[in-house]
Design a protein around this ligand. Structure first.
Ligand SMILES: Cc1cc2nc3c(=O)[nH]c(=O)nc-3n(C[C@H](O)[C@H](O)[C@H](O)COP(=O)(O)OP(=O)(O)OC[C@H]3O[C@@H](n4cnc5c(N)ncnc54)[C@H](O)[C@@H]3O)c2cc1C
Length: 462
């Protein structure tokens, strides 16, 4: 009998006033009985609208039916057939705008908690089962993947499963892309990312870290001198965008990327156990309204700031961050200054001492469909602050573009590629944030998957 409750089973979470002082995970995860009860809410509809809402086409009703039947390892195997990183997606995917948006249960209540169930099945597998140790037989064909974020990992995983000899080249000293250097431990524990990557390595994927392609070797050299039959570029969008206002070069101003990389990848939150310092003052202003801004604000709070502000120029309705992240940030004590925009950062002796904000009103919608914010003359106010973190967006790093002749790119820096990932250059494919600009984990994974299929076709047709 289906469970006809209109509400999802609530995700157990640690108390806000406890969790905002450490980096342990906020959401605790369903128990077996909670997962079975929630899985029983799925009606197993014939037309499966949820599957169409998933960029990697996870067989959602099938894996949920397995959970409802108590067959948790089977649920994981169904997930893993199409999703290389289920424990990651179960934690950070915006399900509310993808699979869950299409769930028929959402018509008269809340959708089935697909993401929470995905996380449950993946975590259950990690705790109770072993991955198959045997990599598939090699076909002897070498493929290079540049970048080890979700796009690169997915592309590599799908190609390795087909027998290709895949090498991932990663610029940083650890693999995972934003999953490792950007999204904080309290939302996505790094042990989980590491275990997902270990699974790929067991499939036979080689990962070479500290390898900046464009410096150590070019894309052309990978093809012509290193013997790779094709190259997939999944280099993400790691170049910070600044506001170009006075004061951005003062001490105490961070790009969100630098701030989060220090904390996550370089473990500044474990200082002095790890040697990376990160200066966080008592009053921190974070500029931006996306997931990156929420992560920076919540991290600053955990590092001891008394007051942390989100400065966002539109209203909450336009905020690009997931509603859950905004809710968690508020619960943890982050203060939202909506409809405000910085005009300058103020310094004393070279250090940040405040930020000038102007009040905004919303006018007619702009090209993105969101109402355009307009400053109200004479409404400027100073907010005292000793740290300012800028989280207003990121674009692709120009290194690959500048070192790869014949690779078409857009004026904003993205690499030109079709839906299958084919670029203007023969044998070179691309996907993820490097092509779309800053987007989501699951879209990057979907692009990696499409490119893997296109590379397989390309190699067969050579
Ligand atoms: C702080 C933060 C929080 C986010 N939160 C969410 C969220 O909750 N949910 C969600 O869906 N999305 C979220 N996103 C967005 C999501 O993480 C990205 O869309 C996704 O990671 C893009 O994947 P990718 O593989 O294209 O690139 P990335 O994850 O950026 O990986 C690219 C990799 O390529 C490497 N690289 C770059 N240049 C080179 C080179 N020349 N040679 C070798 N390696 C190179 C980089 O070091 C990096 O490891 C967040 C992003 C950030 C920054």
């Amino acid at each position: 009998m289906p469970n006809m409750s209109p509400q999802k089973i609530k995700m157990p979470e640690r108390a806000a006033n406890v969790r905002n002082k450490d980096f342990s995970e906020v959401a605790v995860g369903y128990t077996e009985s909670m997962a079975r009860e929630e899985a029983a809410r799925c009606l197993n509809c014939k037309h499966r609208p949820c599957v169409g809402g998933c960029p990697v086409n996870v067989k959602i009703p099938e894996f949920i039916a397995a959970i409802a039947a108590g067959e948790f390892e089977n649920a994981y195997r169904v997930l893993r057939r199409t999703n290389t990183l289920p424990a990651v997606c179960g934690r950070v995917c915006p399900q509310e705008t993808q699979c869950e948006k299409h769930c028929v249960r959402a018509v008269k209540g809340e959708s089935v908690a697909i993401g929470r169930l995905e996380r449950f099945a993946a975590d259950w597998h990690m705790e109770h089962a072993e991955d198959a140790a045997e990599p598939p037989a090699s076909n002897g064909i070498k493929i290079a993947v540049v970048g080890s974020g979700p796009a690169g990992l997915t592309c590599a995983g799908d190609l390795a499963a087909l027998g290709y000899d895949v090498t991932i080249f990663e610029a940083f000293h650890a693999a995972g892309g934003v999953l490792t250097y950007g999204i904080p431990q309290f939302r996505l524990p790094k042990e989980i990312v590491r275990k997902e990557i270990d699974g790929l390595q067991r499939l036979g994927v080689t990962i070479e870290t500290n390898m900046v392609i464009g410096k150590i070797a070019s894309v052309d050299e990978l093809l012509t001198e290193e013997g790779f039959a094709a190259v997939f570029i999944g280099t993400g969008a790691g170049l910070p965008v600044f506001m170009k206002i006075p004061g951005e070069n003062l001490n105490g101003v961070y790009a969100s990327n630098e701030f989060l990389t220090r904390i996550n990848l370089m473990k500044a939150y474990k200082f002095p156990e790890y040697a990376t310092p990160v200066k966080v003052g008592k009053r921190v202003a974070v500029v931006g309204g996306g997931n990156v801004a929420m992560d920076a604000a919540r991290s600053a709070k955990r590092l001891g700031a008394d007051e942390v502000y989100i400065i966002y120029r539109r209203s909450e309705a336009e905020m690009p961050a997931r509603a859950e992240e905004v809710h968690h940030a508020r619960e943890e004590g982050v203060i939202f200054k909506l409809l405000t925009n910085p005009t300058r950062i103020i310094g004393t002796d070279g250090n940040v001492s405040g930020i000038e904000l102007v009040q905004m009103t919303l006018g007619a919608p702009d090209a993105s469909g969101r109402r355009r914010p307009q400053p109200q003359a004479g409404s400027e106010r100073i907010l005292d602050a000793d740290t300012v973190i800028i989280a207003i967006g990121q674009t692709p790093n120009p290194l690959i573009k500048s070192t790869t002749p014949d690779l078409d790119t857009y004026a904003w820096g993205g690499i030109g590629a079709d839906a299958a990932g084919q670029t203007s250059k023969r044998g070179v494919f691309a996907g993820g944030d490097a092509v779309t600009g800053a987007a989501t984990v699951i879209l990057a994974m979907g692009a990696g998957k499409s490119a893997a299929a296109a590379i397989h076709r390309y190699v067969a047709a050579r």
